[in-house]
Design a protein around this ligand. Structure first.
Ligand SMILES: NC(=O)c1ccc[n+]([C@@H]2O[C@H](COP(=O)([O-])OP(=O)(O)OC[C@H]3O[C@@H](n4cnc5c(N)ncnc54)[C@H](OP(=O)(O)O)[C@@H]3O)[C@@H](O)[C@H]2O)c1
Length: 304
């Protein structure tokens, strides 16, 4: 299948593009800057939603994995107007084009759509975001729904906190924890903020598996099998990469000066994904061991 991937220059989009190619798809990367390498590329700026349909008319993908976004919650908080254009208006334009062309759509949403006052959220739980980033993703999910795609052709994939190697070398919690601890600098980790981390390569595989289904579910949760707090995650990363945990500083959220509200517990219940998809995300131990052994199926090596 000819699949256009937005955000292919980024962390998760890069893993998606490689997983789709492994599955035999023809991948078209869509983004702002021409990437190195032989992959077909089309210029597509999410900050210019009015131009998106024309670009897609030319590229004529049979499916789109829309992973491009402004995923930086702090940046969204500082500039909500731009965040809305990139995260909502661009998604709406892509969803409308897919509905009109009957192309499949996997839209990358997030666990951050939930309030955090609960745990192991289901697809049927009501989103109640506490920050701008989360609100833009909920509005984008609404836009995907409103675009009127044929049943089974569009999916809002709510991805949990992902770990792995990223092209920038700084996007993933693995890269952040290892580089700070290796430098012997303090790293504050919350004991009361819970996520269900998933290996980025497994997110890519899940997208390939989703595209092979006869029908996409309208909403799907995709997290790893464990609910852990940030401290447990950080310690597991340190152990897997053999770096000292001595400068880890356990902390409660209330004791940290947070610049904006963050949801406390956005752990996802991914049972539906477990039933629909043939491959299961790896456990934290399995995923970290694969990365430490250099088998993250992705780019990047953590600098010393
Ligand atoms: N990482 C996570 O743990 C996580 C968890 C849940 C959901 N998500 C979602 O997954 C998706 C990917 O996130 P990520 O972590 O991979 O982020 P990332 O590494 O920052 O990648 C973001 C991608 O979006 C592209 N992009 C940003 N603004 C653009 C614009 N105006 N026009 C075209 N492309 C633009 C970037 O391209 P440039 O290279 O040009 O900047 C980059 O390829 C996002 O939708 C995010 O909300 C991520």
């Amino acid at each position: 299948m000819r699949v256009l991937v937005t955000g292919a220059s980024g962390f998760l989009g890069g893993h998606v593009a490689r997983a789709l190619e492994r599955a035999g798809h023809e991948v078209i990367a869509a983004g702002r800057a021409v990437p190195a390498g032989p992959r077909r590329f089309v210029r597509l700026d999410l900050a210019r939603p009015a131009e998106i349909a024309g670009t897609l008319d030319e590229a004529r993908p049979q499916a789109i994995v829309h992973a491009g976004a402004n995923p930086d919650a702090g940046a969204c908080e500082r500039d909500p107007v731009s965040a809305r254009v990139v995260n909502v208006d661009a998604t709406a334009a892509i969803a409308r084009w897919c509905a009109a062309a009957d192309a499949g759509l996997i839209f990358f949403s997030t666990d951050q759509v939930f309030s955090g006052e609960g745990r192991e959220w289901n697809e049927t739980d009501a989103p109640a975001p506490v920050h701008v980033y989360g609100r833009t993703k909920v509005e984008a999910e609404d836009a995907v729904r409103a675009a009127g795609a044929r049943a089974g052709r569009a999916c809002s994939l709510r991805v949990a906190l992902a770990y792995g190697f990223s092209p920038s070398g700084v996007r993933s919690p693995v890269e952040q924890v290892v580089s700070v601890l290796r430098a012997g600098r303090p790293y504050t980790l919350f004991t009361d903020e819970f996520r269900s981390p998933i290996l980025a390569d497994d997110v890519g595989s899940a997208c390939a598996d989703l595209l092979a289904l006869p029908e996409l579910p309208p909403v799907l949760h995709l997290g790893g099998p464990e609910r852990v707090d940030r401290l447990v995650l950080g310690r597991a990363i340190a152990r897997a990469f053999g770096v000292s945990e001595a400068t880890i500083v356990p902390c409660r959220r209330a004791d940290a000066g947070m610049h904006y509200q963050r949801p406390a517990d956005t752990s996802l219940n991914s049972a539906l994904a477990g039933r629909l998809l043939p491959r299961r995300p790896r456990t934290l131990a399995e995923g970290l061991a694969a990365l430490a052994a250099g088998d993250g199926s992705g780019v990047g090596v953590i600098g010393s």
